[in-house]
Design a protein around this ligand. Structure first.
Ligand SMILES: [Zn+2]
Length: 218
């Protein structure tokens, strides 16, 4: 885009200078032939670029000028007519150059605002931070959910008689209640007669946990 605009401005400067010279002075015939070649080339290039940038009106304006200045099938106008055409062509070049400059300037001024408006959704560092936080919270929740399994998995091995007496009372009270089996995937509760009792992936549970199984009654 930048190199395209730079190319356009260079081409326009050359064409405009040559057109101004053609208007203000008298030159040999060869100068006007060169002027036709240069201007036609510049206007064709301008028309194509305008079309690529979806500026259809400008593509037409430059296209007509390219036809008028074409060196192959030459138009023969009077000198004052050519002078008017030259001035109009320089005017078109100046207007187009100013419009592009304004467009580039406005785009440059607006782009920080556009970036500012987009940044909350597109900043990858912030997104990663949020994902990491969610992952940590998820792990915490998982560990909280699976905690009731842990005491049952490694029961305390008391050494002294007094310790045995005190420690067996509390787990026994807990253990007494865990008479059923809770299947984790479906949250269904099964009693010891059920085929799913301790065969499905789950944990021991109380008689009032989860949803009662329809086969065994829970
Ligand atoms: Zn069951």
């Amino acid at each position: 885009m930048k190199s395209k605009i730079f190319g356009l401005y260079t081409a326009w400067l050359i064409a405009a200078v040559m057109l101004v010279f053609a208007v203000v002075g008298r030159h040999p015939y060869s100068y006007y032939t060169l002027l036709r070649w240069v201007c036609c080339t510049v206007f064709v290039y301008s028309a194509v670029t305008s079309f690529q940038l979806k500026r259809v009106l400008w593509a037409w304006i430059f296209g007509v000028q390219a036809v008028l200045f074409n060196p192959l099938i030459q138009f023969h106008f009077r000198r004052d007519t050519w002078q008017t055409l030259d001035v109009v062509s320089v005017g078109c070049i100046v207007i187009a150059a100013v419009l592009i400059a304004v467009f580039v300037l406005v785009t440059a001024l607006l782009s920080p605002l556009v970036c500012l408006a987009q940044s909350p959704e597109t900043d990858p560092a912030k997104l990663n931070q949020q994902i990491e936080q969610l992952r940590r919270e998820n792990q915490l929740l998982r560990s909280l959910l699976t905690q009731p399994q842990a005491p049952a998995a490694n029961p305390a091995q008391p050494t002294s008689a007094t310790a045995q007496a005190t420690s067996t009372v509390a787990p026994a009270g807990q253990q007494q209640e865990l008479t059923h089996w809770l299947t984790l995937s479906s949250n269904k509760r099964h009693n010891s007669s059920c085929r799913w009792f301790k065969t499905s992936k789950g944990r021991p549970c109380r008689a009032d946990e989860g949803i009662p199984c329809k086969i065994c009654g829970g």
